[in-house]
Design a protein around this ligand. Structure first.
Ligand code: DGJ
Length: 728
């Protein structure tokens, strides 16, 4: 699951080992602003000495503990870098095991560490820990990204005992942080209500963020979170840590405010129903736990993470993307070849790059004419598409657009030929009634034959339709009745399912390395950096009401760059086409509308907006994102994207409250500009026949715009205003 490095950036990472006392060592991992400082004491305990703003003099880290007068650590492992259980520890552990002889104790002591410079500002530290009594070891990995202040941490667990060891818990990492108070921002949701945020002060005890849903693991709770230190961070002020598990399956993050008032964050795969039997000399590799720390508020943390994601994680994060017309909401399941050919023509007429054929194109014995049948039978439906997919791909090429297709290859309807032929490929309890999520079940990806089948679904589409240019990979069901007919050990099911999924994605990517793929999950039920290594973008939510999307996209943007957010213009909501299109332009633009239902002016608006979008999309995708006016705090939302050179940007402004007299009463303060440069602001994406209300002849210093601000003149008659800002 590790990945190749991209980019040319080459600052030297500093990971050095400093002997302090005779046998004490300090190991600081420093990035641009921060230091994660580990300490090996004389007894070879490895602890987290400090995580925070870095000091100029590495020798001073050793002085930190004496500055704190907290109560005693009776165990000497409360600040452990990876907390073992069953020996001295009294707090939430990172790892719990039963050894081959039935003993439950584990003690991990430092043996050695190694540091590698991986180039491009990336460094990797590995630290080997061993149990002095058992042949059991854990290697901790810290991959640090200097410029972005990001650390990815994971563990490799291994033993050489006489027979199997049971892992009851196997976290990726645990952190240990000191502050006067801790404020957790977490997310929850459901279908069409993704990324609802809540912030509260952490009290003593353990707060758990977790998922047991198996597949679309984020449906109720995503694994991303923020912790503000000392006080709730604002957009531009305060110290805040962002955390995320790079994993698409069940996860668990415990935030434990301990008796000493320190915060311990333990994050990893959820070991719920998943005790893992580890064979001698087998490596158990945990997924990465990702974190960054900012001292300039949430905005700066998000820009660090976005920069990291584009440079190092998201597939082709620095490359181009395709705008598209999707037919899901235009047709649902009701289409045939001639209707699709019309839509392909509309794709060209609209001016986007690709036509995306959604659900409903497949299955014959049990045709996919609704969501009750057909999943699993991936041959084109002969009635709807007598000439197959190939003819549509050609039709697209004739219209100078590309063609993409929807699949949901992990899933199966009981009403399908696949189910009749391979009931043993289905996740279900042999002695219990089936329970459905959207009338469907999940295929058992722990089974290599099922992995081959899923790979073949994708491979066949490409081999049979050479110019296929895009895949939308959906995943609508959670896992009920978790049971595999293939696995001998059912406790391995959730883990093996994810390994199976990643195996398939790896195979797809080794054969089709660059084809864009959208990560979709009946909305935004599966959005994480484990999956985004294989996908170019994600579907944030089926809720495309632009008013809702302003809030949702705002929250997603703290963790994911705009280039990964597939935003489609649909008929959801009551907003005019301009508002809908403008909101969708704050990411990767797509449409899911009936083009021929658009009025002449609406169509003209969309066509022009797409042209405008093509001229500024690079700034939205690769520039720096600044949140200017928070929709949860006032009547307007304002979001800016400014290029690296600070010479050009685009600012989106919306009215989010329709009460009488609401609007941009105060100027919006801009960010990310050069104070001494002069800028000109013009309004773009105007609806045909309308004029701007701003004075475009005026020029402003960056200082003025960032100190006083600019009024986009948003009100009930101008609910969506897009501004272009350019250095003169
Ligand atoms: C759920 C997705 O989120 C939608 O965009 C659409 O593709 C449907 N599935 C199709 O069944």
């Amino acid at each position: 699951m590790r990945f190749a490095l991209k980019g040319l950036w080459t600052l030297v990472i500093c990971v050095v080992s400093i002997p302090v006392l005779a046998q004490e060592q300090i190991i600081p991992i420093t990035t641009a602003e921060n230091a994660m400082v580990l300490k090996v004491d004389q007894q070879k305990n490895l602890s987290i000495l400090y995580y925070g703003r870095k000091l100029g003099n590495n020798n001073e880290y050793a002085l930190i503990p004496q500055a704190y007068k907290q109560t005693s650590d009776y165990t000497e492992v409360a600040d452990a870098a990876y907390t073992a259980s069953g020996s001295r520890n009294l707090l939430e552990p990172a790892i719990t095991v039963t050894h081959a002889d039935g003993n439950n104790s584990l003690d991990l002591r430092y043996v050695q560490h190694e540091q590698k410079d991986l180039g491009s500002g990336v460094s990797q530290l590995s630290i080997l820990l061993k149990d002095p009594v058992y042949h059991f070891q854990v290697t901790l990995f810290y991959k640090s990204y200097f410029k972005q202040d990001v650390i990815e941490q994971w563990a490799v667990i291994r033993h050489a005992e006489k027979s199997n060891v049971t892992l009851h818990k196997y976290a990726s990492a645990n952190l240990h942080i000191k502050a006067k108070s801790f404020w957790l921002t977490q997310y929850h949701g459901d279908w069409a209500k993704e990324m609802q945020s809540e912030t509260s002060r952490l009290t003593h005890g353990i707060k758990t963020l977790d998922s047991k849903l198996g597949t679309r693991a984020n449906l109720f709770q995503p694994s991303v979170f923020m912790v503000s230190l000392d006080q709730p961070a604002t957009e531009d002020e305060g110290t805040v840590l962002y955390g995320a598990l790079e994993y698409s399956g069940n996860f668990k993050t415990d935030l434990e405010l301990d008796y000493q008032n320190n915060l311990r964050i333990i994050s990893g795969i959820n070991s719920y129903a998943s005790a893992y039997t580890l064979k001698p000399n087998e490596d158990f590799v945990t997924p990465g736990f990702l974190y960054t720390l900012s001292h300039e508020g949430k905005g700066s943390a998000s820009r660090k993470l976005q920069d990291w994601a584009r440079n190092f994680k998201v597939l082709d994060g620095k490359k181009d993307r395709l705008t598209l017309l999707n037919n899901w909401e235009a047709t649902y399941f009701d289409f045939d070849e001639s209707k699709l050919k019309e839509l392909i023509k509309d794709t060209r007429k609209l001016g986007v790059d690709l036509f995306l054929l959604d659900d409903g194109w497949f299955a014959n014995k049990y045709p996919r004419n609704g969501d009750v049948a057909g999943l699993g039978d991936w041959e084109p439906n002969k009635k709807k598409l007598p000439n197959g997919i190939g003819t549509l791909v050609k039709e697209a090429a004739n219209n100078q657009v590309k063609f993409g297709i929807w699949i949901e290859p992990e899933m199966i309807n009981p009403k399908s030929e696949l189910y009749e032929q391979h009931p043993d490929w289905v996740v279900k309890q042999p002695q219990r009634a089936e329970h459905y999520f959207r009338n469907q079940l999940v295929l058992d990806l722990s089974n290599p034959k099922v992995q081959d089948f899923v790979f073949k679904v994708v491979d066949d589409l490409f081999t049979q339709n050479g110019e296929l240019a895009y895949i939308k990979w959906d995943c609508n069901a959670v896992i009920y009745n978790a049971h595999s007919a293939y696995l001998k050990n059912q406790s391995h099911f959730y883990i093996e399912y994810m390994r199976g999924l990643y195996n398939v994605l790896k195979r797809i990517r080794s054969k089709y390395p660059t084809v864009p793929m959208m990560l979709c999950s009946g909305g935004g039920g599966r959005v994480d950096y484990g999956a985004l290594e294989y996908f170019t973008e994600f579907w944030p939510s089926d809720n495309t009401d632009p008013l809702e999307r302003i809030f949702m996209q705002w929250e997603y943007s703290y963790f994911y760059p705009a280039i990964t957010s597939a935003n489609h213009v649909t008929d959801w909501g009551k907003q005019p086409i301009k508002f809908r299109t403008d909101v969708a332009m704050m990411g990767k633009l797509g449409f899911d509308i009936v083009v021929k239902h658009l009025s002449e002016k609406d169509l003209q608006y969309c066509q022009n907006a797409i042209k405008q979008y093509n001229s500024f999309k690079d700034i939205v995708w690769f520039g720096k994102q600044y949140r200017l006016a928070n929709p949860t705090e006032g009547d307007i939302a304002s979001m800016a994207y400014i290029n690296e050179e600070k010479s050009k940007g685009v600012i989106f402004n919306y009215l989010v409250n329709n009460r009488y007299g609401t609007g941009s009463i105060y100027p919006v303060r801009l960010k990310g500009l050069e104070p001494t440069a002069r800028y000109k602001i013009t309004e773009i994406c105007l609806y045909p026949g309308t004029k701007t209300s701003i004075d475009e002849s005026q020029t402003y210093s960056g200082e003025f715009l960032m100190t006083i601000g600019f009024n986009p003149v948003v009100h009930a008659q101008r609910t969506s205003v897009v501004l272009n800002i350019e250095k003169i």
